[in-house]
Design a protein around this ligand. Structure first.
Ligand code: MN3
Length: 241
């Protein structure tokens, strides 16, 4: 009896209140839920100041990322075979998806994956690359200073909207690449170690047209501990998105 009552409580109005308590920044209505969900931001909106301002973080997470999740859910709503797939599987099997939803899924599944990675690899007091990660950056990308320079140059050259990424192979080799729109190296079977969003919505409130300034300031909020965890996960075949 108690179990049923508790279950009913969780299914009813209490569920929304409980969700709000745990994830105060997420405001996805119940009828928009699933199968994909907006991950909560793992820090406050203001945590990445001054590199990224709080208002940008709020809009970026609560509006932009939420919209990708909502649109993805809407696109797969009547396609149970796609709705039951994991995000990384959808991204690697785009050519096999029904043609009428392929483009909308590409854009929104890509946006969901890219932003889920993005929040995770940023944070306050992110430290510096150490150990195997540092060794890989030194040997594959010419060291941290050279990586920053080349990454920023590539990010500055993305025409329109897109991303600049460091990819990681199963044996831990690193490479730099860029993608337009919400595309991701995952679509080609690759894996993303970390990346930066160079869509205007990521920086325009604070930096306006000065994307190079944003790219430079962004390195101060890279969470190298999180990047190192992703590096280890990639080498053990466990890095998904
Ligand atoms: Mn974005």
């Amino acid at each position: 009896m108690l179990n049923i009552e508790r279950r009913d409580f969780l299914r009813g109005a209490g569920a929304a209140a409980l969700t709000t308590m745990i994830y105060p920044r997420v405001s996805v209505a119940a009828d928009e839920a699933g199968p994909f969900t907006l991950p909560p931001l793992p820090y406050d909106f203001a945590a990445l100041e001054p590199s990224i301002d709080a208002k940008t973080m709020e809009l970026h997470h609560d509006k932009h990322h939420a919209a990708y999740v909502k649109n993805l859910n809407a696109a797969v709503k009547d396609h149970s075979n796609v709705a039951s797939m994991k995000l990384e599987e959808i991204l690697t099997k785009l050519p096999e998806l029904p043609e009428d939803i392929r483009t909308v899924v590409r854009n929104n599944a890509g946006g969901h994956a890219n932003h889920s990675m993005f929040w995770q690899i940023m944070g306050k007091d992110g430290g510096a690359p150490e150990g195997e990660l540092k060794t890989a950056i030194d040997s594959d990308l010419g060291g941290l200073d050279k990586l920053k320079e080349d990454f920023n140059t590539k990010g500055g050259k993305v025409f329109g909207s897109g991303w600049v990424f460091v990819t990681v192979s199963p044996d831990g080799k690193l490479a730099l690449t860029t993608k337009p729109n919400q595309d991701t190296p995952i679509m080609e079977g690759g894996r993303v170690l970390f990346g930066n969003d160079v869509w205007e919505h990521a920086y325009y409130l604070k930096y306006q047209n000065r994307r190079p300034e944003y790219l430079k300031a962004w390195w101060d909020v890279v969470n190298w501990k999180a990047v190192a965890e992703r590096y280890a996960a990639a080498k053990s075949g466990k890095l998904a998105i």
